[in-house]
Write a protein that binds this ligand. Structure first.
Ligand code: FDA
Length: 307
């Protein structure tokens, strides 16, 4: 197993301890603001305005996952409808990301599907695109099933995500191609066993490029979501060489990470979007960002020690 994977696995394991979660959610809130736009919709909309001033568009994401009751799932769905309404009042491209567990996937696939259709109807009226994030590997099949069902039902303002670290992603992409999928390609952020996910960075990077190229070659819209400069450089070269139409691809990064690179790409004329997470349930998202980079762990430990 590569060092990166060992580090991620240990951090996500420790982050799952209830006492660590209590410590971070009570003392670590100011630190979370490095990666999270705030706890309220107003703060998130302000963050979008600030990004737009730099030529970067926003993807709003109301944080929340692993919902355990139908009531909770309905509440999240209503909050996402509110978010779409509020975003629709801003004069910028509208785009939201969400997680199916937030809409009740673990309770019932049908419930999550129904909530998705309601959200997509509202999003259509607000000219808003909706991206279904990809969660951990036990949820991939259900996520792809719901995505295919939505496409079959005629929704065009929806896309999903494939994770390059999953051994299955190449086959998943091939199965999706007849649907002309709108995909975001990411490396993958969850703790996965080696039978399910590649553990070697070079293999993940190779599969990352292969997935992006395959979807673009098939003429499908593709979001290149990474902060990896080597991959970004290679993709810039590849799209130029192949003459890939500009409207087919864009670069996406996370709020608070490599803002310099986000701005630089936007200045060069590329379409760039930043994923802007907000909401009170920031802990799992925050843990995954810490698990991506040892420097982020030092940042948190230093912050906690300073009090
Ligand atoms: P990699 O981890 O190799 O990092 C490359 C470089 O980026 C690092 O050297 C560092 O400079 C910088 N960097 C990366 N992470 C950083 C961090 N946390 N803090 C500071 N610098 C950092 N995952 C998933 O499983 N499902 C999903 O739906 C999504 N959705 C999603 C949307 C968008 C817009 C993005 C950008 C990412 C996701 N992800 C995701 C997360 C993704 O899987 C991955 O964990 C992160 O993007 C980090 O991987 P990189 O591709 O940046 O490469």
């Amino acid at each position: 197993m590569g060092l990166n994977q060992v580090y991620r696995s240990v951090v996500l394991g420790v982050a799952g301890q209830p006492w660590i979660e209590r410590l971070i959610t009570t003392k670590g809130r100011p630190l979370a603001l490095r990666f999270v736009a705030g706890e309220t919709l107003e703060e998130a909309l302000k963050a979008v305005e600030a990004l737009e001033a730099e030529g970067v568009h926003g993807i709003l994401d109301l944080l929340g996952e692993m919902v355990t009751s139908e009531e909770m799932a309905c509440r999240f769905k209503d909050q996402i409808l509110e978010l779409i309404e509020a975003f629709g009042r801003l004069p910028y491209p509208r785009y939201v990301s969400l997680k199916l567990t937030q809409l009740g996937l673990d309770l019932s696939e049908e419930l999550a599907y129904r909530h998705m259709t309601e959200i997509l109807e509202r999003a259509r009226a607000a000219a808003c695109f909706v991206r279904i994030d990809m969660e951990d590997s036990p949820r991939v099949d259900a996520t792809l099933r719901i995505y295919r069902r939505l496409l079959e039902a005629g929704y065009t303002n929806v896309g999903t995500v494939l994770q390059a670290y999953l051994r299955r992603s190449e086959a998943d992409l091939e199965a999706l191609l007849p649907y002309k999928p709108n995909l975001r390609i990411v490396k993958g952020a969850y703790k996965e066993p080696p039978e399910v996910a590649f553990t070697d960075k070079r293999t993940v990077d190779r599969q990352y490029l292969a997935l992006v190229r395959r979807n673009l070659e098939a003429g499908n819209p593709t979001a290149i979501a990474t902060h990896d400069e080597r991959i970004i450089r290679e993709m810039k070269r590849w799209v130029r060489e192949r003459g890939v139409p500009e409207e087919l691809y864009e670069f996406q990064m996370l709020y608070g990470i490599r803002r310099d690179l986000q701005r630089a790409l936007a200045r060069e004329g590329y379409a760039v979007r930043a994923y802007v997470p907000y909401g009170r349930d920031w802990y799992p998202y925050f843990s995954r960002r810490i698990a991506e980079r040892p420097e982020n762990l030092f940042f948190v430990v230093r912050g906690l020690l300073r009090g």
